[in-house]
Design a protein around this ligand. Structure first.
Ligand code: PEP
Length: 256
């Protein structure tokens, strides 16, 4: 797994799935199966409305809590429907996903908005998980490197490389999300290495310590071969995070 010092993260992005009782059962099964923790970190990202309950379900366990999105505004105010980073921290979140491809494509989030959310997360003391990745058309046009460079570069240009020191990046090729089509370990490793090199050009220390997760149809059956690659430091898991035994298999593939 990666370069020695990087503890892998396996994060579950539940998206808009679940109900209170079923989510409680899911978390109870994960608490029972997570073990002592240490070799890998487990992170759960339920919908906003279940965060408060989930924080109680995982209390005194090594499992951490994240949100799927946050407001780009930092100060409280008249932003109907938005949830501030400070509110997420208030209910026990330590992490928040920013720039997921579903936010970018379904809700039109631009690189600028993603950067604003990244900054808002850090100003609330949360670790942003910056999602980047190309569409199928972009891959077929050999634009993968350009797209990922632009998406990571948006953060680097505005916030500087130090901002990546307290962040996680997730490479999620859009064509692999929820499609059952996974990037091969070679395809994923190539882009992860590119991302690390982009950041490494500005700070070798920050790049060396940065966790870069792979996301896109990770399952129990393909996790180990992905996580074995040098620059793949765990996964951001959608569909398979809703099934306790599948998610635990993925988690244990990362924790060795
Ligand atoms: C995701 O939504 O971040 C994701 C990777 O989904 P899936 O695992 O279902 O492809």
């Amino acid at each position: 797994m990666g370069v020695g010092a990087r503890t892998p993260i396996v994060a579950g992005n539940w998206k808009m799935n679940g109900a209170l009782n079923a989510s409680s059962d899911l978390v109870a099964a994960l608490v029972a199966g997570v073990g002592e923790g240490g070799d890998a970190e487990m992170l759960l990202c339920p919908p906003f409305v279940y965060l408060d309950a989930a924080a109680r379900w995982i209390e005194s366990t090594p499992i951490a809590l994240g949100a799927q999105d946050l407001a780009s505004e930092v100060e409280p105010g008249a932003y109907t429907g938005e949830v501030a980073g400070a509110m997420l921290a208030d209910v026990g979140c330590t992490h928040v996903i920013v720039g997921h491809s579903e936010r970018r494509t379904l809700y039109g989030e631009t690189d600028d908005q993603v950067v604003a959310k990244f900054r808002a997360a850090q100003s609330a003391g949360l670790v942003p998980i910056l999602c980047v990745g190309e569409t199928l058309a972009e891959r077929e046009d050999a634009d993968t490197a350009a797209v990922v460079t632009r998406q990571v570069g948006a953060v680097l240009d505005v916030l500087g490389v130090d901002a990546l020191g307290e962040a996680v990046v997730a490479y999620e090729p859009v064509w692999a999300i929820g499609t059952g089509r996974t990037a091969t370990p070679d395809q994923a490793q190539e882009v992860h290495a590119l991302i690390r090199a982009l950041i490494g050009a500005q700070s070798a220390t920050i790049a060396g310590g940065l966790r870069i997760l792979y996301g896109g149809s990770v399952k129990g059956a393909n996790a180990a071969e992905l996580f074995a690659r040098e620059d793949i430091d765990g996964g951001l898991i959608g569909g398979a995070s809703l099934d306790a035994s599948e998610f635990l298999t993925i988690f244990h593939a990362a924790s060795g």
